[in-house]
Write a protein that binds this ligand. Structure first.
Ligand code: C2E
Ligand code: CA
Ligand code: CA
Length: 406
């Protein structure tokens, strides 16, 4: 259970919640017995039932902070698990949009039924369930997301997704050292759908786990073939992962099995993760990353500089590569602050003995500036766009080292 859930104990006779008080949490009864009492406007108190182990009480607080609809009193000593409304909405945000919508609508309808049953004071104002349903559907783009999620599921099953590879260049030598693997979805009607659109939907719907497994295997197989075709077994591939992948119990096994199956050297595989993931699941991520690192796999922090300010995680986690976010590279010429920030990241990487990769390099001036700072590698449209494996082999066959320094 999440750290925001806490256990509460109540003695027989204690009032656990009082009718009319603001509701901020629900409880799951782990042990004990409670009675539910409703005070009528005429002052009469009705006992409307008892609840025991495994029951949930005060769940309306998960919809809004409206006053409690009943008083709950412990009949026996009770032990409860408290679920705050913040925790509940946090959990909802990370589930499938359909589950989100249905949970909200059921809870709101339930509140509506209680109101209509007239067992509450009648001065309470709630938005009608229809309004909630509509806003929720609009806000969450539920219908569109579900449609895309279904199509993505089918594209995965039919092996219709593709992996493209974007070269990563060594700035002093001008040669290709590796690639970032980027997913592409050629949609039969809409053309290429951007990963910026479908990856968040894949994450919300849970499809990302299968998509990532598929992406890793295709990236390893693609790398192996590129290495063989070019005679360059020093080339590496960097694969993107989401926090959902890290929550999978067989994550490490899957990584190591896939690498073995595809017969690639583990140190030629890089896992790209964001700072956010490290902050959200520090303990889980640390063990997982250490296990992968022990197998020889390298770890890169993607979009470095956009997440959180704490740098302590650079010591706490086994990190090998920092990828400077492209927004800083883009702003280097316009804003002194971005330029200084990029310089600091490059210096930080050098001091910690990490490989530094600048993302989104679009012109020679940016490349020169980065090389002058001591940034080792770069990727961006200036050097090459993401492309299918076959084009990579052709590109590499005719590759002339890019002359970056003036
Ligand atoms: P990202 O990991 O930061 O990937 C880099 C993005 O920058 C790619 O966009 C790439 O095409 C783009 N890019 C590269 N060089 C330049 C440049 O010089 N200028 C500009 N403007 N853009 C450049 P893409 O392929 O559209 O991917 C977007 C995001 O989708 C990725 O951002 C990543 O977060 C996610 N993504 C893509 N493929 C995968 C995947 O296989 N798994 C996961 N979990 N996420 C993926
Ligand atoms: Ca990336
Ligand atoms: Ca990035």
């Amino acid at each position: 259970m999440n750290s925001q859930n806490s256990h509460k104990s109540f003695k027989a006779g204690d009032i656990i919640m009082k009718q009319g008080d603001e509701g901020r949490c629900a409880y799951i009864i782990e042990e004990g017995l409670v009675e539910i009492l409703i005070e009528k406007p005429d002052g009469q108190t009705l006992n409307v039932g008892t609840r025991g182990e495994g029951s949930i009480i005060g769940e309306m607080a998960l919809v809004d902070a409206a006053p409690r609809t009943a008083t709950v009193k412990a009949v026996r000593d009770c032990s409860m698990l408290e679920i705050t409304s913040e925790d509940f909405s946090q959990r909802l945000k990370t589930t499938d949009p359909v589950v989100q919508m249905i949970s909200q609508v059921i809870l709101t309808r339930y509140r509506d039924t209680l109101t209509r049953a007239d067992i509450l004071r009648d001065d309470l104002t709630y938005p009608p369930p229809e309004a909630i349903e509509k806003t929720f559907a609009e806000q969450a783009d539920v219908v569109e997301s579900v449609k895309i999620a279904n199509e993505l599921r089918s594209a995965l099953d039919k092996d219709e997704l593709e992996m493209h590879f974007q070269p990563i260049i060594n700035l002093s030598g001008g040669h290709i050292t590796g690639f970032e693997a980027l997913m592409r979805w050629p949609h039969p009607e809409q053309g290429f759908i951007s990963p910026g659109l479908f990856i968040p939907i894949a994450e919300k719907s849970g499809l990302i786990v299968d998509a990532s497994k598929w992406a890793l295997r295709q990236s390893c197989l693609g790398l192996k073939r590129i290495q063989e075709a070019t005679g360059r077994d020093d080339l590496y591939v960097s694969v993107n992962f989401s926090s959902h992948d890290f929550a999978e119990p067989d994550f490490v096994h899957n990584i190591t099995d896939t690498i073995k199956d595809c017969n690639v050297a583990p140190d030629k595989i890089v896992l790209e993760i964001t700072e956010r993931l490290l902050i959200q699941q520090p303990d889980n991520a640390k063990d997982t990353l250490l296990a992968c690192h022990d197998e020889g796999v390298r770890i890169a922090i993607d979009d470095f500089g956009t997440g959180y300010s704490s740098l302590s995680y650079l010591y706490y986690f086994p990190i090998d590569i920092l990828k400077i976010d492209q927004s800083f590279i883009r702003a280097m010429y316009r804003e002194e602050r971005s330029l200084e920030l990029v310089k600091s990241i490059v210096a930080l990487a050098t001091n910690l003995n990490l490989l530094c990769v600048a993302e989104g390099v679009e012109d020679i001036e940016e490349a020169r500036l980065l090389q002058g700072m001591g940034c080792e590698s770069a990727q961006g449209f200036y050097f090459a766009r993401p492309m299918p494996e076959e084009n990579i082999v052709t590109l590499m066959t005719g590759w002339e080292p890019v002359k970056v320094s003036a």
